[in-house]
Ligand binder design. Structure first.
Ligand SMILES: *[C@@H]1O[C@H](CO)[C@@H](O)[C@H](O)[C@H]1NC(C)=O
Ligand SMILES: *[C@@H]1O[C@H](CO)[C@@H](O)[C@H](O)[C@H]1NC(C)=O
Ligand SMILES: *[C@@H]1O[C@H](CO)[C@@H](O)[C@H](O)[C@H]1NC(C)=O
Ligand SMILES: [Ca+2]
Length: 358
């Protein structure tokens, strides 16, 4: 009896949410699915190298989505339980600050020794010895819904992605299901305390990085398997072009390497299910009612890990993977420092450290 009642409640909820989804979403963005290459994608790395990582902070770090290393070699990360932690050169981890949020994502260090943190729910934060301060939470009076990744230029200006203006971090999978380009890149100027729009119409704006000359910005569009280049200086200033497309997975965070190339973390290698779901509207709306099921079984993002190195000319140079996810899964960031890669993940409870020379 109780089981039947529960089933009825679940079905009613599913239908209600499905109806809400149908009426809240406008027409599907044309060409969106055509941009999901399958056979035409670049070859995925398959060397199992990510299984060789050393585990930093093993068991201490709950889903450390991003990692940053400052010029002195101190490793920073933020975790799902709201901790801002750092590992000193002597290998000890310090609980630096606690922020009351489960949405801490992209981070970057500054020359002057503070940390900028994207809190998906609150906006852009500054963390220093003095404490935690919200730098910006609104643009033109509207709340920033999904701050995802950030990079600072030398003049105290921070570029950051707002993954979706429609769905927040708790329902990010629905943004893919809706298949609308709801993402954008914003800029925060700490001298003027102003937040402005740089680029919009992005299909889940995720990782952001600056070129070594800071003449262009790269932003990854997760749903489209590609990253765009946005010119900040020179003849093409203000123009956008494709930096790399047909990636072997969906790009998450991107970071500049010391040699001017970039490291990109990729999610999900074989998305057979999403196409199936998209093509059957009834199934699409029903799946939308169960975002956790959708994320786990349809998108299948947590079963493996992959990172690639892409030259400043947009050519893929090399990559590493963990095909089974036995050691690392759902790797979301790769940062190079002194011959090693530091790897963040939305699944693991450590930061991976991989030698690039051995
Ligand atoms: C490690 O380094 C940090 C920062 O310099 C220091 O506070 C800490 O006491 C050191 N820990 C050990 C065990 O040496
Ligand atoms: C930041 O704001 C200051 C003060 O308004 C301005 O002089 C400066 O050019 C701005 N910087 C950038 C990179 O937009
Ligand atoms: C920056 O602007 C926001 C509102 O746009 C305001 O709440 C905040 O106090 C300002 N911060 C500084 C340091 O002036
Ligand atoms: Ca991210």
């Amino acid at each position: 009896m109780a089981a039947i009642r529960l089933s009825i409640i679940l079905v009613v909820c599913a239908v209600a949410i499905a109806i809400q989804l149908i009426f809240s979403s406008s027409s599907s963005y044309p060409g969106f699915l055509q941009n999901q290459p399958s056979s035409s994608r670049l070859p995925a790395p398959s060397n199992g190298k990510l299984q060789d990582v050393m585990k930093l902070g093993d068991g201490l770090l709950m889903q450390p989505e991003d990692v940053a290393v400052d010029k002195n070699g101190v490793v920073y990360t933020v975790t799902r339980d709201g901790s801002v932690k750092r590992m000193h050169r002597n290998g000890t981890w310090e609980n630096w600050w606690h922020i009351d949020s489960s949405g801490l994502l992209g981070i970057t260090t500054t020359q002057t020794g503070y940390l900028i943190v994207c809190d998906a729910f609150q906006g852009l934060l500054k963390v220093s010895e003095e404490g935690v301060k919200v730098l910006t939470s609104h643009i033109d009076g509207a709340k920033i819904r999904f701050a995802d990744d950030v990079i600072g230029s030398s003049e105290d200006t921070f570029y950051f992605s707002d993954a979706s203006t429609k769905f927040d971090f708790n329902s990010w999978q629905l943004d893919l299901l809706e298949a609308e380009p709801n993402g954008r890149v914003l800029k925060y100027n700490s001298s003027s305390n102003m937040t402005s729009l740089v680029l919009d119409g992005l299909a889940f704006a995720n990782g952001v990085a600056l070129s070594s000359d800071q003449d262009y910005l790269v932003v990854c569009e997760t749903w489209k398997y590609r990253c765009l280049k946005y010119w900040l200086e020179g003849d093409k200033k203000g123009q956008t072009e494709i930096f790399i497309d047909k990636l072997p997975g969906r790009p998450d965070n991107i970071n500049l390497a010391p040699d001017g190339s970039f490291w990109i973390a990729l999610l999900e290698s074989d998305p057979m299910w999403p196409k199936f779901v998209y093509n059957l509207p009834g199934l699409k709306y029903l799946t939308g009612a169960f975002p956790n099921f959708y994320g786990k079984y349809v998108m299948n993002v947590v079963e493996q890990a992959m990172v690639v190195n892409v030259g400043s000319d947009g050519k893929m140079l090399r990559g590493f993977d963990d095909p089974t996810g036995n050691v690392m899964r759902f790797v979301t960031s790769a940062v190079e420092f002194e011959g090693h890669l530091y790897l963040g993940s939305l699944h693991n409870d450590f930061v991976g450290k991989l030698s690039l020379t051995g």
